[in-house]
Design a protein around this ligand. Structure first.
Ligand SMILES: [Zn+2]
Length: 370
């Protein structure tokens, strides 16, 4: 194999820090009657020794994915974020904004328009660029960041939102690693990436989304880097405590893979032995690697419920478990519903009260084995 070059700094020194071996593309949902086997690709995280960016090592071609439904948690976080950025004076009324969104959906443009910001025309230089989980989808990290910053008006602000690597490490979220997500940012690595394009962070905001999400504001360096505020400094200190640049830190994450998989398989087998009916909820990418690692098939988990109409009639990649519509919750009256996306808990409890009124319970998959 050719030596990997860092997606940000092109450096070749680094470590393979997380190896999930062969996995199906997590957004390749075959039809439910497609017997497989599904194509498999190595799924590995590499940590750059030079700039510190944690990144996807190999880059298989990833098929188009069914767009998911935007969760209420994501919508609420966007409103909260826009409120907080505006309070900091970074959203000038009449300012021009450009958005680099996530292919998974969700846009802040409506919220920003309500505050008087105007979407940029094609060749117009935006005062504000918002990138909400967009940058991670670029295979060429340096090129994507340089493209954004080159567009920004002088004095403009770049707002980058990312699921923090320190969260992934602390919470053992090994299944955040997926094909199509090329980078897993720490504030430390982003600071280095920004420096390479003449930018530096000035402030940031933290959110509970996905266990810990950061929105970082950066500006062009004018006669030296910007002075980071207390929030940025505390994020950098927190990165250092979490060990985001230390390959040794990730050994725990690698151990979590087997521990989590064993716990899930054991729990499902115990529920089955007790005669309980269990369904899954949330046909998300992170469920794919987990179900495969745990070797769960439809005998243990007969269906994964998902609200996205685009996923109806399909099955989970890499296993024979079909995706089913939420109506199945009332029809099958499960004793337990295993929630693969813990951020959805409040939302699904409210949306599907029949689960609990018929004696069932919601179980956070992250809570198994911890
Ligand atoms: Zn690098």
């Amino acid at each position: 194999m050719d030596k990997h070059a860092c997606r940000a700094c092109r450096g070749s020194a680094g470590h393979l820090v997380l190896d999930l071996r062969e996995q199906p593309a997590c957004d390749y949902f075959p039809r439910a009657d497609d017997p497989g086997p599904d194509p498999l690709y190595p799924l590995q995280m590499w940590l750059c020794s030079s700039c510190g960016l944690a990144q996807l090592l190999t880059d298989p071609t990833v098929p188009e994915e069914p767009r998911g439904t935007e969760s209420a948690a994501l919508v609420a976080q966007a409103a909260d974020a826009v409120e907080r950025v505006a309070a900091a004076g970074l959203l000038p009324a009449g300012g021009v904004v450009a958005e680099y969104g996530s292919p998974h959906g969700g846009s802040w443009l409506g919220l920003l328009a309500a505050r008087g910001l105007v979407p940029a025309d094609h060749d117009e230089k935006p005062d504000v660029i918002i990138d909400c989980f967009g940058l991670m989808h670029a295979a060429d990290q340096h090129g994507a960041l340089a493209g954004r910053t080159a567009r920004l008006a002088p004095g403009g602000v770049l707002l980058l939102q990312y699921h923090a690597l320190s969260t992934i490490i602390r919470c053992g979220q090994w299944n955040a690693l997926r094909h199509g997500h090329y980078a897993y940012y720490s504030t430390t690595a982003l600071t280095s990436m920004l420096a390479a394009v003449g930018f530096s962070p000035c402030t940031a905001w933290q959110f509970d989304l996905y266990g810990g999400t950061v929105l970082l504001a950066a500006r062009r360096d004018l006669g030296g880097p910007n002075t980071p505020d207390d929030v940025v400094r505390s994020l950098l200190a927190d990165d250092a405590r979490a060990g985001v640049r230390d390959p040794g830190t990730f050994a725990r994450l690698q151990r979590e893979v087997q521990a989590h998989a064993t716990a899930l398989h054991g729990w499902l087998a115990a529920e089955q032995s007790a005669g309980a009916t269990v369904l899954g909820y949330g046909a998300a990418s992170r469920a794919v690697a987990l179900l495969r690692q745990a070797q769960v098939d439809r005998r243990l988990l007969p269906a994964v419920i998902d609200a996205s109409p685009a996923k109806q009639g399909l099955r989970m990649p890499g296993t024979d478990i079909p995706v089913a519509a939420p109506a199945e919750l009332a029809a099958r009256r499960p004793d337990a519903v295993l929630l693969f996306v813990p951020d959805l808990l409040a939302e699904v409890r409210a949306a599907f009260p029949e689960v609990e009124t018929t004696g069932g319970r919601w179980v956070d998959v992250e809570s198994l084995g911890s």
